[in-house]
Write a protein of this length. Sequence first.
Length: 124
Amino acid sequence: MNQGFSLIELLVVLAIIGTLASISYPTFQHQVARATMTEARLYIESLATAQAESRLKHGRFLLLGALQDRLPPSKRTIASFEISQKLDPDLLGFQLLLIPKVGNGALASMTLDHWGQFESSYSW
């Protein structure tokens, strides 16, 4: 009596696993991109909240370095985005920008200003 699997049976199982992996991998990549975008949006909103608190306490907005000292970005946000800020000359207005790093085509840039206006080309 032969016990075990034949070579044909093992190849069929490998073909099925390969097919399932090829179908599920793009979905996995999309979910990772969505999670990264959501994390980045929450980060940019927390920076805007810290800016609003600074404006209420000190009468002006903070520079980006001081903001990031208070709220450091996650490793995923640092790896995926360039973070920048535009301040009005009188320090009474700001715009936060998250721009995807080169080579990460699944992500989109995001902006949030002192009025709470959020813009992104990403389809949520």
